[in-house]
Unconditional design. Structure first.
Length: 665
DNA sequence: AGCACGCCGACT
DNA sequence: GTCGGCGTGCTC
C-alpha cells in the first residue's frame, strides 16, 4: 500500500507550482488515489490547503519528515492522469502554473452533484449505428480516426435538414460522423467550437445519431452544477474500472476535458478569436489540441471553411494532411468592382448589381445581408468638412443609438447635444458608418413588403425562417442559419471591415465572408461588395488555403508569427527588464522594446507599464518559457512588498507574460 | 499569501 | 543583558 502522495497544492502562487510529498496516514490509505481532492497542512501548523493527488508511491525525494495528509475530500478522481500531463506541459509551454490550467479543466465542485454521481454513476450507453462520413473520398476521415491521423479538413459549405426539421451547417454533420466513429470504437471524441451557436448545431446533429447519454456538453453557458455533472460523467467512476466513451462538445476549454481513451480531438474554425484563452496562461485551444494529440494519440482534425495561417504552416510542414471534399463543393461567389454605382433610396449602401440580386432572390427565399458593425450609427462626421465627430471631453467617437437620438460618446457615454466641428465649427453632421440597426431600417425601405430580421452580437439568432421576402441583417459572425439556406448572401461592409489596422484583417474578413457564404442554398449567389484583389479571388474560387499560404509567405518575410514564435512581457519597467535579463543566453531572434503600452480604446492602461516583445524560433520555445517562468517566480518571491500598511484588494501582478498572443504585432 | 526566522535599536 | 522592528525566505 502506497505511503507517499505527491500533491499539487491549490494556490495561485507561482513558486508553489510543483508537487509536494505527503505521508499517507493509515486511516486514509485506501482513499488516497491519484486524482482525488485532499486537504493538506502547509507550512504552518493548523493551516490547511486544498490539493489534488497527482500520484502515489513509496519513496520521496524530499529529505525531511513528511507531513501526513489531513483528509480526502471525496472519492471522485477529478484530475485524470492524462489531464495532469497536459496541464503540466501547457503550463510549462506558456510560462504559467499548472493550477491555472486546471482551473479551466476541472469545474468548481458541487457537493450535491458529486454525491449523486458517486451514488448512481453515469449512463453507459454505447451507440451501435455507424455513420459513414459523407462528402469526402471514401474512408479518408474514417481511417484518420482509426489510425490517429492529423487532418486539416476543408469543411463542406451548405446547410442540412435534420430528422426533426431543424437545419445545421454541413460542417457539423461531418464532425459528428467522425466523432461517432470514435465512440463506436470505444474511445472518446472531443469537439471544440468557438461559440454556443456552433455547439447547438453539433448537439442537434449528435442527438439524431447517438443516445443522449453519450454526449457531454462542457461549456460556460451552463450552470456550474450542469457543467460539473457533465464533467463527472466523463470520468471513470470509483466503482467502475472501465473507461466510458463519450462525445464531449464545448467551447475552447473543452480541449482539457477528461478522456482516458482519446479517439479524436477536433476544432471547428480554429481561426476564430474565441479560441484564444483570455485567462492565464493564455494557451490557445489550437495549441492545446496539438499538444494533447501528441501526448495521447488519437486523431486530430482542424475543420473549417477557411484555413488559418497556423494550420497552413502545419500542412506545409507535412504535419497535417490537407483533406478536401470529393467532389469539390463551392458556393457561387460574385465579386463586384470597388467603385460601383450605388442604388438610390437605400441610403446608398447597396450597389445596383447586389440590389438586383437581392430583389430577385427575395422572391425565392430569405436573403442574408452581412454588415460590419452592430448598433445603429457608429461614426459621425462634420457635414461640411468631413472631420470625424469626437467627444469634447475624451475625444472618443460619437455615435447614434437610434434615428431620433442625440449623439453620444462611444467611450465615456457623454451626451454631445451641443456638438460643433472642431475644424470648422459647423454644427450639422452626417452618418459615416451604419450599424446593423440602421442598415435594417434603410433596407426595409429599399425593399418594400419585406420582413427584416436583425441578428447582432447583442441579440444573435441561431435560426431564421426559410421564407421568401425575408431579409436577415446580421453582423459578421452572428449570421443565423436559414431553413433551406439563403437564396442570396450579400456581404456589404467589406471595404470598411478591411480598414482595421491588424496583422490578420485579411484572414478575419475571409473567415467571416466564407462562413456567411457557407449558409447559402445550393447554387445561390453570394455577392461580395466593393472588394477585389487576392481576398476576393480566394473567396470566389473557394481557395482559402491559397490565401493562407500567401499570408504565410508574408509572415515569414516579416518575421511574424506563425513563422516564428513571440512572447510579450508586460509590466513595470524594472520587472520587464529583469525578465529580459533572465533570458540570458537563450538564443532568441530579437527583442522589440520595451516600449510604453499603446494607448488603445477608451482608457489607457496602467500608464507606467511597458511591454517588450521577444521573437524566437520554435526550437527554443521551452528555453524561453523556462527563463521567463523563472523571472515570474523571482519577482513573486524576491520582490519587495508593496509599501507597508495598506491592505488592498488585489496586488496587481507587476509582470505578465503571454506566449503566442494572437493580438500581438 | 501567510508565517517564521534573523540580525539591529530602546527597555525593565 | 533582553524584547521586538519587519526585511528575507520557505512552504512536503
Amino acid at each position: 500500500m502506497a505511503s507517499v502522495a505527491r500533491v499539487l497544492i491549490d494556490t495561485p502562487l507561482p513558486q508553489l507550482d510543483r508537487l509536494f510529498d505527503y505521508a499517507i496516514p493509515l486511516a486514509l490509505a485506501d482513499q488516497v488515489v491519484p486524482g482525488v481532492r485532499v486537504t493538506a497542512p502547509l507550512r504552518a501548523e493548523g493551516r490547511l490547503a486544498d490539493g489534488l493527488v497527482v500520484e502515489v508511491g513509496d519513496t520521496s525525494d524530499f529529505d525531511g519528515a513528511l507531513t501526513p495528509l489531513e483528509s480526502v475530500v471525496s472519492a471522485a478522481r477529478v484530475l485524470a492522469p492524462e489531464v495532469w500531463a497536459l496541464a503540466r506541459r501547457i503550463a510549462d509551454r506558456q510560462a504559467g502554473s499548472a493550477n491555472d490550467v486546471l482551473r479551466l479543466a476541472i469545474p468548481r465542485r458541487s457537493v450535491a452533484v458529486e454525491r449523486k454521481w458517486l451514488a448512481q454513476g453515469a449512463p453507459r450507453e454505447v451507440p451501435r449505428a455507424a455513420h459513414p462520413v459523407a462528402g469526402y473520398e471514401g474512408g479518408v476521415i474514417e481511417s484518420a480516426v482509426d489510425d490517429g491521423g492529423r487532418v486539416a479538413l476543408r469543411s463542406l459549405p451548405g446547410v442540412v435538414e435534420l430528422a426533426d426539421g431543424s437545419w445545421v451547417g454541413r460542417w457539423a454533420v461531418t464532425l459528428a460522423q467522425a466523432a461517432v466513429r470514435a465512440v463506436i470504437d470505444g474511445r472518446t471524441a472531443i469537439l471544440a467550437v468557438p461559440d454556443y451557436r456552433d455547439q447547438e448545431q453539433l448537439e442537434a446533429v449528435l442527438s439524431t445519431m447517438v443516445p443522449a447519454g453519450t454526449v457531454a456538453s462542457l461549456d460556460a453557458r451552463r450552470t456550474n452544477a450542469q457543467r460539473y455533472a457533465a464533467f463527472l460523467s466523463c470520468l471513470a467512476h470509483p466503482d467502475d474500472s472501465g473507461h466510458t466513451p463519450r462525445i464531449i462538445v464545448g467551447n475552447r476549454s473543452v480541449v482539457y476535458a477528461p478522456a482516458a481513451e482519446l479517439g479524436l480531438i477536433a476544432l471547428y474554425d480554429d481561426g476564430d478569436p474565441l479560441f484564444a484563452e483570455p485567462l492565464a496562461p493564455y494557451a490557445h485551444a489550437r495549441d492545446v489540441a496539438l499538444v494533447r494529440q501528441q501526448q495521447q494519440g488519437g486523431a486530430l482534425i482542424f475543420a473549417g471553411h477557411t484555413r488559418s495561417v497556423e494550420v497552413q504552416r502545419l500542412v506545409e510542414l507535412g504535419y497535417l494532411h490537407d483533406v478536401a471534399p470529393v467532389p469539390l463543393v463551392t458556393p457561387k461567389v460574385v465579386p463586384t468592382a470597388a467603385q460601383q454605382q450605388r442604388q438610390a433610396g437605400d441610403g446608398g449602401r447597396v450597389p445596383s448589381a447586389a440590389f438586383r440580386t437581392a430583389t430577385e432572390a427575395l422572391q425565392a427565399g430569405p436573403v442574408l445581408v452581412q454588415v460590419g458593425r452592430p448598433g445603429y450609427v457608429s461614426l459621425l462626421a462634420c457635414r461640411r468638412c468631413g472631420q470625424a465627430a469626437r467627444c469634447t471631453s475624451c475625444a472618443g467617437p460619437l455615435q447614434l443609438s437610434s434615428a431620433r437620438s442625440v449623439p453620444s460618446c462611444a467611450w465615456c457615454g457623454r451626451i454631445a447635444g451641443d456638438w460643433a466641428c472642431s475644424e470648422c465649427n459647423n454644427t450639422s453632421y452626417r452618418m459615416v458608418t451604419r450599424g446593423s440597426g440602421r442598415t435594417a431600417e434603410e433596407l426595409g425601405r429599399a425593399f418594400p413588403g419585406t420582413r427584416v430580421i436583425v441578428s447582432d452580437g447583442d441579440r444573435p439568432l441561431t435560426h431564421a425562417p426559410g421564407e421568401p421576402h425575408t431579409l436577415v441583417v446580421a453582423t459578421r459572425g452572428a449570421e443565423p442559419i436559414a431553413a433551406g439556406g439563403y437564396a442570396a448572401v450579400i456581404l456589404l461592409d467589406g471595404e470598411w471591415m478591411l480598414q482595421r489596422e491588424s496583422l490578420h484583417v485579411g484572414d478575419d474578413c475571409l473567415r467571416w465572408w466564407s462562413n456567411a457564404a457557407a449558409l447559402a442554398a445550393p447554387g445561390a449567389p453570394t455577392v461580395l461588395v466593393g472588394v477585389g484583389g487576392p481576398l476576393a479571388q480566394a473567396l470566389t474560387l473557394w481557395q482559402q488555403h491559397s490565401y493562407a499560404a500567401a499570408q504565410l509567405v508574408d509572415r515569414r518575410a516579416l518575421g511574424f508569427p506563425p513563422a516564428l514564435r513571440v512572447a510579450s512581457v508586460t509590466g513595470k519597467p524594472a520587472a520587464v527588464q529583469a525578465a529580459l535579463d533572465a533570458l540570458g543566453d537563450v538564443p532568441v531572434r530579437d527583442v522589440l522594446g520595451p516600449a510604453a503600452l499603446p494607448a488603445e480604446g477608451p482608457r489607457a492602461l496602467d500608464d507606467d507599464f511597458v511591454r517588450a516583445i521577444v521573437r524566437f524560433d520554435y526550437a527554443h520555445g521551452d528555453a524561453v518559457a523556462a527563463a521567463l517562468r523563472g523571472a515570474i517566480v523571482r519577482q513573486a518571491t524576491g520582490g519587495r512588498r508593496p509599501p507597508a500598511g495598506r491592505k488592498r484588494g488585489r496586488p496587481a501582478p507587476t509582470l505578465r507574460i503571454k506566449l503566442d498572443d494572437p493580438e500581438i504585432l
